[in-house]
Design a protein around this ligand. Structure first.
Ligand code: ADP
Ligand code: F6P
Length: 324
């Protein structure tokens, strides 16, 4: 028989992402609408182990849907990677009467959720990361806001790059994944897009491309470089030496993680938050909510973590043609 869920815990873990607040709000309000109680667990698994647990009601999530960051705050917690930490976390959930936990975070956070489920705490994961690097879903909470923020910043760099007839290397986040770089590269009409999944480390090829474009009258050369490749500042020096074209590096950094979420992030995060509550109420556990092929669905965490995600080759190939 499915476990009865009376009290739901919610936490955010790993890097924050715009839209996490919309998801928290949806969890709290959908749970209340379904007659359940909600407890907010602060600072991810670190706060769980410190018993930083607060009662939440409809009012605790008012005026947050439009705010970036996470009102529950977030953390990375090495203790929770240990069996002892995981057992302690589950015991604390039992002690506080938490029957199910909704974990909003990335792959690492889902591994933690999987462990909690093994210790008898029903868990549902929501994909919350700007990196879009979760295989079972085409959408992650925060990606849309992050790429729009980065896109606007790159447009600004492009203005000054054109005025000065420079080459600009702009480094975007994404950890080991190139999705932010690819989307911004296409959206900003970058001449080169460097993705960890594809880069061949041939800087001479980039230098030749810049020189060819100069001959064809291009006044700027935008290179979007993914964080997973990094080293933008030293790359800029080498490119300038190889081409004679003044080159500057800009690292966008954490500004990509902040700011008011886009409409898409608010609506999708809200929908996913409500689905997570409904799944817990149905007695489901060890699942991740995703969005694939136009539908929201849920996946077994073990299966989802074993899935692989790939850059869409066609999109990468055409990006070069589009910046001719
Ligand atoms: P993200 O969730 O964005 O991928 P991290 O990889 O930093 O971010 O993971 C967030 C937290 O999830 C970690 O600090 C840790 O507490 C927990 N976590 C990560 N991996 C594991 C694991 N293998 N087992 C248990 N907990 C984990
Ligand atoms: O996972 C989100 C992310 O912003 C990555 O793109 C980046 O590599 C990482 O987090 C940065 O983490 P921190 O905030 O610890 O510097």
């Amino acid at each position: 028989m499915a476990k009865e869920i009376n009290t739901i815990g919610v936490l955010t873990s790993g890097g924050d992402a715009p839209g996490m607040n919309a998801a928290i709000r949806a969890v709290v309000r959908e749970a209340i609408a379904k007659g359940r109680k909600v407890k907010g667990i602060k600072r991810g698994y670190a706060g769980l182990l410190q018993e930083e647990i607060v009662d939440m009601d409809a009012k605790s999530v008012s005026d947050i849907i439009q705010r970036g960051g996470t009102i529950l705050q977030t953390a990375r917690c090495s203790e929770f990677r240990t069996e002892e930490g995981q057992r302690k976390g589950a015991e604390i959930c039992h002690k506080h009467g938490i029957d199910g936990v909704i974990v909003i975070g990335g792959d690492g956070s889902f591994k933690g959720a999987q462990k909690l489920a093994n210790y008898g705490v029903n868990t549902i994961g929501l994909p919350g990361t700007i990196d879009l690097d979760i295989a079972c879903t085409e959408y992650t909470i925060g990606f849309d806001t992050a790429v729009n923020t980065a896109m606007e910043a790159i447009d600004k760099v492009r203005d000054t790059s054109t005025s000065h007839e420079r080459c600009s290397i702009i480094e975007v986040m994404g950890r080991g994944a190139g999705y932010i770089a690819l989307w911004c590269g296409i959206a900003n009409g970058a001449e080169d897009i460097l993705l960890p999944e594809r880069y061949d480390y041939d800087e001479q090829k980039i230098a030749n491309h810049i020189i060819e474009n100069r001959k064809r009258g291009k006044q700027h050369h935008i290179i979007v470089n993914a964080e997973g490749i990094g080293h933008s500042a030293s790359m800029a020096k080498r490119i300038e030496a190889a081409t004679g074209v003044e080159t500057r590096a800009t690292i966008l950094g954490h500004m990509q993680r902040g700011g008011s979420p886009t409409c898409k992030d608010r609506v999708y995060a809200s929908t996913m938050g409500a689905i997570a509550v409904d799944l817990l109420c149905e007695g489901k556990t060890n699942r991740i909510v995703g969005y694939l092929n136009g539908h929201f669905s849920d996946y077994d965490i073990d299966e989802a973590l074993a899935m692989e995600k790939h850059i869409w080759d066609y999109q990468y190939e055409i990006s070069r043609n589009l910046s001719l």
